[in-house]
Design a protein around this ligand. Structure first.
Ligand code: SF4
Length: 743
């Protein structure tokens, strides 16, 4: 192709929270797309990982949803849905009873009418939106405004509940606001990187690469990995601590005591914080021996870790799902932050706690407040003046409610008990990803109205919908995302929309207008972004907060269309500085989780079987996680042949002793069931065995990605009981009691 026929668009990768910049080139004559890393983007400086590099392979119409349609969901759930496509849909209209194509005007009128009727008959608390960290900030903003400001309910939750809600809760307890005080440059500037519950080599590879490059140039930099599994990140570690799942708070309480006892407290910094004495009192019992005993590490391992932290004032503690996806996730986050507040290592070059966000726009969703317990613009739902300010800004017809809305893991019960009559699921696949996934599926079967907005043609959740709405995907839609270091980047359209698909913000706004609400007359995502920015700045003099986007935009002089990646709050946020707009930072007293070590009633914390195996089944502790080359439920990454090569079937990794006890070898098949007596106990999962001592004895690992759309009986969520953190309501996904049986 001649140079003139190539059009290059500056956009961002839609996968992980690193938020890499992408240069996407479109050959105008062939419509062929190629991607490479954007050398000017401050997240990745031109590099892309395997997922980002294969983005172009995931495009095309073949597996895309192209038209809105009605569906007989019970028939579809029984496998009778033919997965409509652009070419087949018109014929299905006439001769198929499972799905019926519909035009946008009709379906938007109908959705608005049915939501309004549900609200009239059952009240505003009878509807719920379940949205996603895959949405752009503009989509998220409109959904949240519609539900909280106009429908009059806080029943909007996001799949970020499964991803980041413990980090949100931990940040708010520590800093009075949900903010990450550091920057990606800290990963290069630190002398010690501690990864807690994070396989960064696979899950945030480009940022991990930045640390490794710096370590290569200066081998004195150290890496500690705290993870029950020996992951690929451990290949580069100076120390790996394979602690028993769920015992991180003991390790960090011990660290707090060790740093204090050995003279590493920054007294003047700690004096500016609250809660120091109570936190130290809670840590007092955690001697080296007590920590070693509770975590099943050796005293030498624990002491070596503590000595490394003590010796390196430039320490970054980066944490992700191994910390957040826990029934004590918020305490784990605060236990980590405590160690940084004690030593004054927060928001300084090369030092700080750092939450690695899982999804591309988890942070943007938090900024617009699209969780059931958040408001908008970093204002607080439990503050009457804040609610009043937002309602005034939106010109809401009524006041915003104070109560927390229905959260993700409560949705199934809310539907089954008849409290929720209509649910709208957007850009997420909860029939695969939620714990007790079969209960949620049953709930959708019984729900009066299930609307699903999606870009993929087939997913386990689409099969449970009454109404399916085609949304635009990456490469078509435009808007913005915020990455883990608070950097807002533009995601830009490079291709025309597939079929009749529409942006999610447009779909929400159209329904809102048809429900009779004013304030949704948007023509372009830039109008939404600027309204969101204005809300973050609204009444800053009365209710000051760190997020003030109008001020940031003014300072950087950035019009939306050509906006360069913008890090709000600056590179580091000094949480004890006079300019910090929130409360004094707090250390939190961490008491042992009541259920520690007791999640699996057949196993002690170190994996010894309390109840002998019956020789046919083995009780184990299930840890779920990601593969390097797949994303979420694979609806997009599985389209790229190269990305399917890493692992082509669902696997369960077993310790050699567990495999021997079960009498299974590599590549044999096993059946996984839940031990607990939750209602979907009959649910089971099939997986191929991978024998490896990378898991501890008593533990087993299975990737989270597989769904019935790709393999039979592969939804691992069906055997995970719902056990949530009491503060964040984030579910435990790394410590579930299972029973494994050879087949
Ligand atoms: Fe995309 Fe994350 Fe890979 Fe960057 S590191 S290319 S954002 S998946």
């Amino acid at each position: 192709a001649s140079h003139d026929s190539i059009r290059t668009v500056r956009t961002t990768c839609p996968y992980c929270g690193v938020g890499c910049g992408v240069l996407a080139s479109v050959d105008n004559s062939t419509a062929k797309v190629t991607v490479k890393g954007d050398p000017q983007h401050p997240a990745n400086f031109g590099k892309l990982c395997s997922k980002g590099s294969n983005l172009a392979e995931t495009l095309g119409v073949e597996r895309r949803l192209t038209h809105p349609y009605y569906q007989d969901k019970l028939a579809a759930m029984n496998g009778l849905s033919p997965s409509p496509s652009l070419t087949t849909l018109s014929t299905l209209v006439d001769n198929d009873t499972v799905i019926k194509a519909v035009d946008w005007e009709t379906v938007l009128d109908d959705v608005a009418h049915r939501l309004s009727r549900t609200i009239t008959e059952h009240g505003p608390q009878s509807v719920m939106f379940y949205v996603s960290g895959q949405l752009l900030t503009e989509d998220y903003y409109v959904a949240n405004k519609l539900m909280k400001g106009f429908i009059g309910s806080n029943n909007i939750d996001s799949n970020s509940r499964l991803c980041m809600s413990s980090a949100v809760a931990g940040h708010k307890r520590a800093f009075g606001a949900d903010l990450v005080p550091g920057s990606y440059t800290d990963f290069e500037d630190c002398d010690l990187l501690v990864l807690v519950g994070s396989n960064m080599a696979w899950c945030h590879p480009i940022l991990f690469g930045r640390f490794l490059k710096a370590k290569q140039e200066n081998p004195n930099k150290k890496l500690v990995v705290i993870d029950p599994r020996r992951t690929d990140s451990c290949e580069f570690a100076d120390l790996h601590l394979p602690l028993a799942p769920g015992t991180d708070t003991h390790l960090y309480n011990g660290l707090l005591k060790y740093l204090t006892d050995n003279g590493h407290k920054d007294a003047s910094y700690a004096a500016k914080c609250e809660g120091l004495e109570a936190a130290l009192a809670a840590a007092e019992a955690w001697t080296l021996q007590a920590v070693a005993s509770a975590t099943k590490l050796t005293v030498e391992q624990v002491e070596q870790f503590y000595q490394l932290v003590a010796a390196n004032s430039k320490t970054v503690s980066a944490f992700s799902m191994g910390v957040n996806q826990s029934s004590s996730g918020t305490d784990k986050v605060n236990a980590i932050i405590n160690s940084h507040l004690l030593t004054g290592r927060v928001g300084k070059p090369g030092a700080g706690p750092f939450s690695l966000t899982g999804q591309p726009n988890a942070m943007g969703g938090r900024e617009v407040g699209a969780l059931a317990n958040l408001l908008a613009g970093h204002l607080e739902l439990d503050n009457a003046e804040h609610r009043q300010a937002v309602a005034e800004f939106w010109q809401s017809p009524e006041s915003i409610r104070a109560n927390t809305g229905i959260k993700a893991c409560d949705a199934a019960d809310a539907i089954l008990s008849g409290n929720i009559k209509a649910i709208w699921i957007v850009a997420t696949n909860p029939v695969v990803s939620l714990p007790e996934a079969d209960k949620f599926k049953k709930a959708l079967a019984e729900c009066d109205l299930v609307i699903v907005s999606e870009c993929s043609k087939d997913s386990d959740t689409i099969r449970c919908a009454d109404i399916v709405l085609p949304a635009q995907g990456w490469s078509e839609k435009s808007g913005s995302v915020t990455n883990s270091e608070r950097r807002i980047s533009r995601q830009r359209s490079l291709m025309p929309a597939v079929g009749e698909s529409k942006p999610d913000w447009w779909i929400f706004a159209q329904v809102a207008k048809r429900m009779g609400f004013k304030g949704f007359e948007y023509n372009d995502p830039s109008e939404i972004f600027l309204e969101h920015a204005a809300l973050t700045s609204y009444q800053q003099h009365n209710y000051p907060r760190q997020l003030d986007l109008l001020a940031e935009i003014a300072a950087h002089g950035q019009p939306y269309e050509s906006m360069q990646p913008l890090q709000w709050g600056g590179k580091h946020i000094d949480v004890v500085h006079a300019n910090f707009k929130h409360k004094a930072p707090s250390l939190i007293a961490i008491t042992p989780p009541k259920q520690a070590g007791a999640v699996n009633k057949f196993l002690s914390a170190d994996g010894v079987h309390i109840v002998p195996s019956d020789n046919t089944s083995l009780p184990l502790r299930l840890i779920t996680g990601r593969l390097r080359d797949q994303w979420h439920t694979m609806t997009r990454t599985a389209l790229a042949p190269k990305l399917n090569q890493q692992q082509s079937v669902p696997t369960l990794t077993l310790h050699p002793k567990a495999a021997k006890n079960l009498g299974v070898l590599d590549n044999d098949f096993v059946c996984i069931g839940a031990q607990t007596d939750f209602k979907t106990q009959a649910s089971k999962v099939m997986a191929q065995v991978a024998v490896s001592d990378e898991v501890r004895m008593g533990d087993a690992f299975m990737p989270m990605h597989w769904s019935d759309a790709f393999a039979n009986l592969a939804r691992v969520g069906t055997v995970i009981p719902t056990k949530v953190d009491p503060i964040s309501s984030q579910p435990e996904l790394k410590n579930s009691a299972i029973m494994v049986t050879p087949v």
